[in-house]
Design a binder for this molecule. Structure first.
Ligand code: PLP
Length: 403
């Protein structure tokens, strides 16, 4: 791609150079290399009928705009709307694309907060919500039958890392005249670009990999058409869920290192998966990088790497999980994912607690399931820590599948 920089020089660069250099060297006041943060809530009018690009920071803010442009370029989008949280991003998508009498098809194992919002808004808005297994081999056929106005996809899914076929689902929903939104939180544009695979819009919780340092709650929607971007931006402003300047500044800083962080995450995830696969206290490992994973070939086709979220089931159910997490030194027992530090979570009592037990069961969440977000610490430390935890599970005795 070629564009002119602020000095009028033609610059040819990839989208990753663009992410690193977004806003660099643009400060006219002092020549600051790093773009300043604009905290002001409001902007002076030059005259009664002469407004500048920005007037009020809920509607538009230079720091947030810089981030939105960089995110749009990384996704190959017409534009991006930066929101105060991932849930804010999901909310504006539903406001723009859901309505009374319309049909929404969504995964039966979506992130718990997404599930809660879809359920809660169904009663207020009056749409027809169908939750189905979008990782099933016949998922595109089911979508064709259901002919939704909006298809919601999360791939890989949370927490079981199921893989949905984005191009096939895009074809199915477009054939029915509907639109496809993909939640790309687990991948970020470093690993998957759903717009290029046929999605109409992409949602991310920037809280995760985009920022990458577990110190910002934020979200983003990117979309392929300028009209949809405009509609989403209208809703974000109307609802008051646009992202704050300081959060946008930090997210921009995180974004500059996304590609190198992700490479380190992937290498560590591979080491962790290897260790889990050979441990007798582990009953099952869910990771799309494994040849035994049902979505492996699909993931290899549509992703640029298998991600750094790994779920596994330990022996002895919840008691096994308690033994595993009790003395971990390098995995914090905490919700969220995608930060540089490793985390471990028990989905059924933590991230997915909003789902009643019967819904959890349908989604495949077992009491012994844990999800780890593999960080960028030293791989040997992470593996040793997990092995010590699994030895505590083993010490509980009794049967385990691999014993
Ligand atoms: N989508 C997915 C897949 C998530 O995992 C999360 C949060 O964990 C969200 C959306 C919501 O994002 P946020 O917590 O930033 O509102």
């Amino acid at each position: 791609m070629i564009e002119r920089d602020t000095r009028g020089i033609d610059v040819e660069r990839s989208r990753w150079t663009a992410a690193v250099r977004a806003g660099i060297d643009t400060d006219r006041a002092h020549g600051a290399v790093v773009p300043p943060i604009y905290l002001s809530t409001n902007y002076r009018f030059a005259g009664l009928d002469t407004r500048g690009e920005f007037d009020y920071s809920r509607s538009g803010n230079p720091t947030r705009s810089l981030l939105a442009d960089a995110l749009a370029e990384l996704d190959g989008a017409a534009g991006a709307v930066v929101t105060a949280s991932g849930m804010g991003a999901i909310t504006i998508c539903l406001m723009a694309m859901a309505g009374p009498g319309l049909r929404i098809v969504a995964p039966h194992d979506a992130y718990g907060g997404t599930w809660r919002l879809l359920e809660a808004l169904r009663d207020k808005v009056g749409y027809d919500l169908r939750l189905i297994d979008l990782t099933a081999p016949d998922a595109a056929g089911r979508v064709r039958e259901l002919a939704p106005d909006l298809l919601w996809v999360e791939t890989p899914s949370n927490p079981l890392l199921g893989i949905s076929d984005i191009p096939a689902l895009a074809g199915a929903v477009h054939g029915a005249g509907g639109r496809l939104v993909v939640d790309n939180t687990f991948c970020s544009p470093a690993l998957q670009r759903p717009l290029a695979l046929g999605a109409d819009a992409v949602v991310q919780s920037s809280t995760k990999y985009l920022n990458g340092h577990s110190d910002v709650i934020a979200g983003v929607v990117t979309a392929g058409s300028a009209e949809l971007v405009e509609e989403l931006a209208w809703w974000a402003n109307c609802l008051g869920v646009t992202g704050g300047a300081f959060d946008s500044y930090l997210t921009m800083r995180g974004l500059r290192t996304l590609r190198v962080r992700m490479a380190a995450h992937l290498a560590n995830a591979a080491a962790v998966v290897d260790a889990l696969m050979t441990h007798s206290a582990v009953e099952r490992v869910h990771y799309p990088g494994l040849a035994s994973h049902p979505g492996h070939e699909l993931a290899a086709r549509q992703m640029d790497g298998f991600g750094a979220i790994v779920s596994f089931e330990v022996a002895h159910g919840e008691k096994g999980v308690a033994a595993l997490v009790a003395g971990l030194k390098h995995f914090s027992l905490a919700e969220s994912l995608g930060g540089v530090e490793s985390l471990i979570v028990h989905p059924s009592s933590m991230t997915h607690a909003a789902m009643p037990p019967e819904v959890q069961k349908v989604a495949g969440l077992t009491p012994g399931l844990v999800r780890v977000s593999v960080g960028i610490e030293d791989a040997d430390d992470l593996v040793a820590d997990l092995r010590a935890g699994l030895a505590r599970v083993q010490a509980l005795g009794g049967n385990s599948i691999r014993a």
